[in-house]
Design a binder for this molecule. Structure first.
Ligand SMILES: Nc1ncnc2c1ncn2[C@@H]1O[C@H](COP(=O)(O)OP(=O)(O)OP(=O)(O)O)[C@@H](O)[C@H]1O
Ligand SMILES: [Mg+2]
Length: 239
């Protein structure tokens, strides 16, 4: 049984002459424990697709099923719970709160529930995992891009989500740090989490494609394909 299923999902912006088909009749099944990369040119619909998978956005038409339940039919309260409890989102821009320290940013998703000692301990463990164990008191405004991205990843993991959706999680990292982030995401997939990564980095796609749970998908003009087209490779190598 697939964990998330998209059935004939489209997302359009504007109307008539200004119409943009960000997603054009997408069918996709994502099974639990898989690690998937989504690659494609800028503007091809990657972030839109990720936002719809995480119920951060709704399709213009089509269905999004999670464990066979059509989440488009859920009341907002249940949908908010789904987002909070099931999804960890790593954004293309980090959305850290500049005047909170590193630990405070990781703990942010816990604020609505009241922060407990075990949350603090877990946040510290996660910061160790992403290599920022000694920076918990730093203000995030002072961090480099790579460090900020790692804080955002630790924050995405704090609620122990089943699904991690990452939009360019290594886009701002040097290749060594990027590799450690991918190793971390693969480890999480091996523990049973489901990981979807939007990336421009062919090396990440390669690592994922060589993994038994890995799968690469490509998107162009809002449509999916299992194989890259030539111009996608061209675009990626110039990125
Ligand atoms: N809120 C919006 N209003 C109008 N058009 C939008 C909106 N969001 C996205 N689009 C358009 O939808 C298309 C897909 O955008 P999307 O952000 O999903 O692309 P992407 O593949 O993530 O690109 P990038 O690699 O640059 O992040 C683009 O043409 C974009 O301009
Ligand atoms: Mg994007």
């Amino acid at each position: 049984m697939s964990l998330i299923t998209l059935k004939d999902v489209s997302k359009v912006y504007g109307e008539e002459r200004t119409l943009i088909k960000a997603l054009d009749h997408i069918d996709l099944k994502i099974e639990k424990g898989k690690i998937i990369t989504i690659m494609g040119p800028s503007g091809s619909g990657k972030s839109t697709l990720l936002n719809i998978l995480g119920a951060m956005d709704t399709p213009s038409s089509g269905e999004v099923l999670v464990n066979e339940i059509d989440i488009g039919k859920l009341p907002e309260r249940k949908l908010a719970n789904y987002r909070k409890e099931q999804i960890g989102f790593v954004f293309q821009s980090f959305y850290l709160i500049p005047n909170l320290d590193v630990l405070g940013n990781v703990l942010l998703p816990k604020v609505p529930y009241g922060i407990k000692d075990k949350d603090r301990k877990r946040a510290q463990e996660l910061l160790d995992i992403v290599g920022l164990g000694d920076r918990e008191d730093s203000k995030v405004g002072k961090l480099s891009g790579g460090e900020s991205q790692r804080v955002a990843i630790a924050r995405a993991l704090i609620n122990d989500p089943n699904v991690i959706l990452a939009d360019e999680p290594t886009g701002n990292l040097d290749s060594e740090t990027g590799k450690s982030i991918i190793d971390l995401l693969i480890k999480l997939a091996e523990e049973g989490k489901t990981i979807v990564i939007v990336t421009h980095d062919p090396r990440i796609a390669q690592v994922v494609s060589e993994h038994p749970r890995g799968n690469n998908i490509w998107i162009k003009d809002g449509q999916l394909s299992d194989e890259p087209t030539y111009d996608m490779y061209c675009w990626d190598s110039n990125a």
